[in-house]
Design a protein around this ligand. Sequence first.
Ligand SMILES: [Zn+2]
Ligand SMILES: [Zn+2]
Length: 266
Amino acid sequence: MVPVAVKRLLHCMGGALFPAKCVGCGRLFHHNAGTPESINACIKAHATGFAHAMAPHFCPNCRGQWTPVKSPLCFRCGLVFKSREGEDHLCGRCLDRPGAFTRARAAGIYADALQTAIHALKFKGKVGLAGPLGRLLYDTFQQYWLPNEIDMVAPIPLHRRRFRQRGFNQAYLLVKRWTLPSETVIDRDLLVRTRATAPQTGLDRRQRRININNAFLANRPGQSAGKRVLLVDDVLTTGATADACASALIRDGAKRVDVLTLARAL
Ligand SMILES: [Zn+2]
Ligand SMILES: [Zn+2]
C-alpha cells in the first residue's frame, strides 16, 4: 500500500502539472505553481483551514468566498446574530423552547463555497470533498469540545430509501476518518430513521418540527444510556432534525446530546 504522505506528495506535485476544474465556477485552475514552496504549502494544506483544505477543489477566487461562524452567537443553538456587536447569549427561540440538545455549533455559514461544496458532495456524488470537509468539521469540533467530553459520535441517519438512492451517508463520510480517543466510538447506526420524511425545504419552523417528529429511534435500545453523544450532519437549518434525533437519544437514556454541523443556515 502507498503511504498517505507519498499519496499527498504525488497529488500536490500533480496539482502543478494538471489543471483541476473548480467545483464552484467550473473554470480550470492549477492548485499550486509547482515551486517547492507551493508544493510544500499544498501538503500542509491537507491539515488545516477551509481555503487551504479546498485548494485542490476550488479556484483561489471561489475558495475565498466562505464565512466562518463567529461570535456573537446563541450559546445553545449556535444561531449567528446579525449584530456583530456584543457577547454570546441565548436567542429568543431557545428562551421559548429549549429543545432536547444542549449545544449546537457549525464551521461556517450555509452560503457561497461551503454551500456549493456540500451540494457537490451530497447531490453530485463528489465524495473526494468528504476528506477536506471532514477535516474542517474536525477543526470545529476541537474548537468547541475537549476530546474527553464526548463518548459517542453519531451521524444523523438518512432513511434507507434515500441511503440507497445516494449510496452513502454524507454525515458518516465526514467523521469516519476522525482521530479520537480510543474510548470514543463513532457509531453510524446509533439511530435509525423510521419514516421517510418529506424534504424539509420550503417548510417553516413549525411544519419542520411536525414533519420530523418521531422520525428517529434508537437502533439498539440502551446503547447511548449514560453517554455524551455528538450528533453530526452537514447543515443545521431550524434544528428540527437535530432536535428529533436528540429527543430519541435522551429517551434512550443519553446523558447529553450536542450537535456539530459543517454549515449553519441563517
Ligand atoms: Zn472557481
Ligand atoms: Zn438559540
